[in-house]
Ligand binder design. Structure first.
Ligand SMILES: C[S@@+](CC[C@H](N)C(=O)[O-])C[C@H]1O[C@@H](n2cnc3c(N)ncnc32)[C@H](O)[C@@H]1O
Length: 384
């Protein structure tokens, strides 16, 4: 079978992480653009990518790409694509769209033209005038960017951040995919203590536990390509069975704290649904009371970003307090995601590195403070 042109989408700033996840799935070449990681693959790879990518937002098939400055060009370009190679006779053809900096700026009109052209192409192959559209769903996206039309078919359905474990959430939960990306960047390993001192609904702790236990992020959910005739149900079953057999159970030391006891119900429910409640301890505790005798731990958190917090406390003071408390954990590493501009000043220490990451549409920075490497690793370094 010829390879399909595929793309995984991700939050801006996390593309290289998704590319490295794809490499682990056996993809040899990727091309990165803003929030998009292009690669080639077959239908079984679509199954693996949906099941295993922790940091990508969705996986799509690129059906075609061409310049379109008017509706005639959009219609002809779309019609020239062999849609019948992907969409079966009874497939539901649902078109969504977006347009940025393009002459064709009316999205509803682009969607209507694309639908008409796809149906025309299907008529060519199936020699019929009407299609029942009572089969599996093929969600086609027309994306216009600087007069280039990209037509893609979504294989994921709901965004991949929807793992299927979030039953409840706190006030500003971080997306599971972004949380996982930050965990990758933190280089935390399962043999080190992990703490989110402002855990809210527990996303960082749950993602850390799932990662450490090698629980495939898509194991608890379905995908829109699951009903497609190109992917036998058996392929999904075999991949899920394999994923279940790969779950491990290393000893873990993962804790989530928060000042607000109301959030723990959500955190505990979510951890239980994800199958990791036995590896995480949740406890009500303000950051001011955080202390530990353990060494080489890792703290990852997204504290409140707002200028003023509940109870009238100032965000600056909270960050200052974090800086003072964290500085006592002298062998630990810290990764703090915030949109607060004066973070380093308030925290009292310049980060070893900071990176721009988008939390939804909000520009945030991840401030990275690397602690010393654990002794075990350093001894190995000396003898090798
Ligand atoms: C942006 S939310 C974290 C969201 C979380 N990452 C999630 O995915 O649900 C910030 C959290 O910090 C907590 N918080 C605020 N001040 C705190 C303090 N002094 N000590 C501990 N937690 C605090 C809030 O109760 C809130 O749950």
């Amino acid at each position: 079978m010829a390879y399909l042109n595929l793309v995984a989408t991700s939050a801006f700033g996390t593309e290289t992480i998704v590319a490295s996840e794809l490499k682990k799935l056996g993809v040899s070449e990727t091309r990165i653009e803003n929030g998009r990681i292009y690669f080639k693959g077959d239908y079984p790879l679509i199954v693996k990518a949906n099941l295993w990518l922790r940091c990508a937002e969705r996986v799509m098939i690129i059906a075609g790409e061409f310049r379109a400055e008017d509706f005639g060009e959009l219609f002809e370009g779309t019609k020239s694509i062999n849609w019948e190679d992907i969409i079966p006779e009874n497939g539901i053809m649902h078109v969504t769209g977006k347009s940025v900096k393009s002459k064709l700026h009316s999205v509803p009109d682009c969607q209507a033209i694309v639908k008409k052209a796809v149906v025309e192409a299907m008529k060519r192959k199936f020699r019929r005038e009407k299609f029942p559209e009572d089969g599996p769903l093929y969600k086609i996206e027309i994306s216009m960017l600087k007069d280039i039309a990209t037509l893609s078919i979504d294989t994921s359905g709901a965004g991949l951040h929807k793992r299927g474990y979030r039953l409840s959430q706190g006030e500003a939960p971080i997306k599971e995919t972004l949380a996982s990306s930050i965990l990758h960047l933190s280089r935390w390993t399962a043999d080190r203590p992990f703490v989110d001192p402002m855990c809210g609904s527990g996303t960082f702790t749950i993602e850390a536990a799932c990662m450490a236990r090698n629980i495939a992020p898509g194991l608890k959910r379905g995908f829109s390509s699951e009903g497609w005739p190109q992917i036998p149900q058996k392929t999904w079953e075999t991949n899920r069975e394999e994923a279940r057999s790969l779950i491990i159970n290393p000893p873990l030391d993962i804790s989530g704290f928060d000042i607000d006891k109301k959030v723990f119900k959500a955190a505990e429910m979510n951890a239980a649904e994800a199958g990791v409640s036995d590896c995480i301890t949740f406890q009500k505790k303000p950051v001011s009371e955080l202390s530990s005798k353990k060494k080489y731990g890792c703290i990852v958190c997204n504290p409140p970003y707002g200028e003023r917090m509940d109870g009238g406390g100032r965000i600056f003071d909270l960050y200052k307090e974090m800086g003072e408390i964290f500085s006592m954990l002298d062998t630990w590493s810290f990764f703090i995601l915030t949109a607060f501009e004066n973070f380093e000043k308030a925290y009292g220490k310049k980060s070893d590195r900071n990176r721009k990451l988008y939390n939804g549409k909000l520009k945030t920075y991840l401030y990275e403070y690397f602690g010393p490497r654990p002794e075990r690793v350093r001894k190995n370094d000396i003898t090798s």
